[in-house]
Design a protein around this ligand. Structure first.
Ligand code: NAP
Length: 260
């Protein structure tokens, strides 16, 4: 299936590794020209070179913290009129909400709610004028099924989800389509690092710990970031303009419901 994305331009945030990188790679395979961001310049430049080598796409790395005004301005300067925006950033830490002060909360709300909203604000009128726009927000399965110790993630991402639900319906008539993808467990550095301690204390290989923990998932495994990237590219395609304001949960069926 030709997704009809050849020659489109995208900003993919937080894309040197993990889910962001997978989205960038899948879009590049479809002929999309990319601006990718992350804080660590060396990792970002390596990823840009690898995607370029694999796909032949134009990939511009723009190092910076996307949760800051300057980080967002740099990405937008490199790609002022994107056709596609993939919103992503690191997730807030887990913990006990009694220990989180205002500054800690503001950081989480900035990263996982306000940053995507400000990027959407910067690009949406251009998308409306050009009659094409695709925005995908990477959120979390915790939006649908809260993870109690990830209270800041549950809260901040739910705020973004509520905002986007309204906006998606205001702009769909202009062929500007906004959806969210909610990852369950995908085998990225982030997920691996969560299993490092268990591997160390039990003196077992990390892959064994991952397999053990994922046995209960209906698929019996963790998600491959590449399949996340392909789902993201599909939601950016020219052919999905009737899929509006969805929360696509990609978790191997772990969210137990007759209607996911
Ligand atoms: P990851 O493998 O750790 O990759 C995170 C990427 O984001 C890196 O490229 C990192 O590079 C970049 N990044 C982080 N903070 C940034 C910032 N402030 N500005 C710019 N770039 C930033 O993480 P992941 O697993 O792909 O997770 C991506 C998002 O999905 C997170 O919000 C996470 O909470 C959420 N999520 C993931 C899973 C999962 O199973 N993987 C499940 C649910 C939700 P630098 O560190 O160099 O900036």
């Amino acid at each position: 299936m030709d997704l009809g994305l050849n020659g489109k331009r995208a900003i993919v945030c937080a894309a040197s590794k993990g889910l962001g990188r997978a989205c960038a790679t899948s879009l590049a395979r479809e002929g999309v020209e990319l601006v990718i961001t992350a804080r660590t310049a060396s990792d970002l430049e390596r990823t840009a070179a690898e995607i370029r080598n694999e796909t032949g796409a134009k990939v511009t790395p723009v190092p910076g913290d996307i949760t800051t005004d300057s980080g967002r301005a740099a990405a937008l300067e490199a790609c002022p009129n994107p056709d596609i925006l993939i919103n992503n950033a690191g997730g807030p830490p887990r913990g006990d909400f009694r220990e989180w002060d205002r500054a800690t909360w503001i950081k989480a709300v900035d990263a996982n709610m306000l940053t995507p909203i400000f990027l959407i604000k910067a690009v949406i009128d251009g998308m409306i004028a050009r009659k094409f726009g695709r925005i995908v927000n990477i959120t979390s399965a915790s939006v649908k099924s809260p993870i109690p110790e990830l209270g800041m993630s549950n809260g901040a991402r739910a705020g973004l989800t509520g905002f986007v639900a309204g906006l998606a319906r205001q702009v769909a008539r202009h062929n500007v389509i906004i959806n969210n993808i909610l990852p369950g467990p995908f085998l990225t550095d982030r997920l691996r690092s969560g299993f490092t301690e268990a591997a160390r204390t039990s003196n077992r290989p990390i892959d064994e710990i991952v397999s053990e923990r994922m046995r209960g998932n209906p698929t019996g495994r963790a998600g491959d970031p590449a399949e996340f990237g392909d789902a993201c590219a599909f939601l950016c395609s020219g052919k999905i303009s009737f899929i509006v304001g969805h929360n696509l949960i990609l978790d191997g069926g772990a969210f137990n419901s007759s209607i996911a």
